[in-house]
Design a binder for this molecule. Structure first.
Ligand SMILES: Nc1ncnc2c1ncn2[C@@H]1O[C@H](COP(=O)(O)OP(=O)(O)OP(=O)(O)O)[C@@H](O)[C@H]1O
Length: 234
């Protein structure tokens, strides 16, 4: 077990999300306890329906628990108001999805700048930070392209730049390599690992793929909404 000198970046106690459907209910996750220190790269595994996306949505402040406590980067999400959750999503977490979720009518650089402009950051500074991020991601020559003019790997690198534009403390990725060939999937995982190691960001990747495994510092396995394995790797 690792020394946990710092306050955990992610703290969950009895974390539960039950979906109510008509008269019935479906358990998304049930009674999860978690303590993840800052700077880990967590790979979240589990069969389809085991609760990975549900847990990520809670960590991202996209959804709220129906039971238990959750604190992410010092923000108590169990009792947050909608306005607090919106601010949390803009400032504290960056999200990367399997389907990229880029806006098709905007160019690459406009997609990257959008979350910063929505958060009220000045235009010129946002633009130069977006250019810097896109250069780091090998996308310097693609600023003016629209998503339909990009390869899958380029779309995901644009989505990573967009996730980073507000300097989030935590990066959450739901099947980030799911729509990519193994070469591009490897590149995306290497970028997420570099963010983790060089910039000490906490990164959580939910995936069925084994591409993420070599980069994991923590492996969490879910089954039927509960954690069945927590392995600290380095
Ligand atoms: N909005 C919802 N309404 C009702 N039930 C839901 C909802 N979202 C998820 N569930 C249920 O919660 C459980 C966990 O789903 P979740 O999407 O978190 O699994 P997952 O591990 O991400 O699966 P996959 O690997 O297929 O993406 C499943 O039984 C699912 O049917």
């Amino acid at each position: 077990m690792k020394e946990k000198a710092e306050r955990p970046d992610i703290f969950a106690e009895g974390l539960t999300r039950i979906y109510r459907l008509g008269m019935g209910e479906v358990i998304g996750i049930r009674g999860i306890d978690l303590e993840i220190p800052k700077g880990e790269l967590v790979v979240l595994k589990g069969d389809s329906g085991s609760g990975k996306s549900t847990l990520l949505a809670l960590l991202a402040g996209l959804d709220q628990p129906t039971g238990g406590r959750l604190s992410v980067a010092g923000h108590d999400l169990s009792s947050a108001s909608q306005a607090q959750l919106t601010a949390f999503r803009r400032q504290v977490v960056g999200m990367v999805f399997q389907s990229f979720n880029l806006l098709p009518t905007l160019t690459v650089i406009e997609n990257v700048c959008l979350p910063a402009l929505l958060a009220g950051k000045p235009h010129a500074r946002t633009r130069s930070e977006a250019e810097e991020l896109l250069s780091w991601l090998g996308m310097a020559s693609r600023h003016a392209h629209r998503p339909s003019q990009l390869s899958g790997g380029e779309m995901q690198r644009t989505a990573i730049a967009r996730a980073l534009i507000n300097s989030p403390e935590i990066i959450l990725a739901d099947e980030p390599t799911g729509n990519l060939d193994s070469n591009n999937g490897e590149i995306v995982m290497q970028l997420l690992a570099e963010l983790n190691r060089r910039f000490r960001r906490t990164v959580i990747v939910a995936t069925h793929s084994t591409l993420a495994d070599p980069f994991a510092t923590v492996l969490l396995r879910l089954k039927d909404g509960a954690v069945t394995e927590t392995s600290w790797i380095k």
